[in-house]
Ligand binder design. Sequence first.
Ligand code: F6P
Length: 375
Amino acid sequence: MTLKIGVLTGGGDCAGLNSAVKWVTKTATDPLLTDHRGEAMEVIGIREGWKGLVEVDPEDPASLARWTMPLDELVVRTWDRQGGTVLGSSRTNPFNPRNDQSEKCIANIEGLGLHALVAIGGEDTLSVAAGLHRLGQRVVGIPKTIDRDLNGTDYTLGYDSALNVITEEVDRLRTTAGSHSRLFVVEVMGRHAGWLALEGGEASGAHVILIPEHDFEVAKVAELLERRRRAGVRYDIVVVSEGARVKGQGEFVLSDKEDGFGHKVLGGIGEYLAKELEKQTSYETRHVVLSHVQRGGQPSARDRLMGRHYGIAAVDLILEEDFGRMVALRNGQITSISLKQAIEKLYVVDVDQYYDTIRYNGRRSSMLPWSARGE
Ligand code: F6P
């Protein structure tokens, strides 16, 4: 008997997704492994995440062609080098309380004859995977999000590529900032977690880094920048997370319209901060919103590799019949945790451990006792 495996990518796209789909496919259909396991597998890509699984009509060939894609070694051969997701993605939530389509989803999993499903996604996509598993479906997850805010794993696909984009873009801004003695505020993604801002800011040498985990004061940012200028520096880079908040104020929201998971589109803090800092410091200021540029482009070596390792591990879980789990990286080892654990809370920056609330930047010491840290 041939086991049919479905694979889908959900939520915001990122680099590394195609590598994971490629390695799910290659591992599942590898002829040598098939002989060894005594179990043949075929892989079907579901287009546009959970939307594809809700919309597809397994009885209708035209619908099958629209919403599914048979995958084999030849089809996916070059995918690992490509950014985004060839399968497409959506923010459809089959468990949306305003329009619950979970039963349809389950009927379609059965109609497509899927033995198991691999869901590649972040907290939202994997919360659906967990819900389907609770309802008896054979689902495994692969973690991806440039925000790197999933619990229980040291790595989420897309993070490293996004970090590299931030570093490269800040390098570019640095030369023009220097030429004009300007202050640049760079807004980066990170809805609830400041990892991208913190590590992107650290890697690119930003002078001030602002994260959602620590509300900040504009006057304090201005003072830090003025201190730098007094020390003879001619320009400044501030990296701010889209989810960061000014003390006493709420999030900056671009649109109140919510997606199927109840998220609003964040944005605007970069522009606000640039205007305020120009007023308070009188330095000529510009702002740049890196936005979806961070999710684009070719995957870094790390994302290709992690897509490979995660894709292989997901097939291992299916063969082991270890469903309801997400593959993960912990202490340098590929392992798995329950989907329940992966979505029970977000992995955000531990301010005490990683953030300097005086300098509004990364910490300057890692191993010294607190008293010797000069904070
Ligand atoms: O969750 C990942 C993320 O990239 C967030 O950092 C950002 O707020 C959001 O997606 C943007 O989503 P969309 O693609 O729907 O604009």
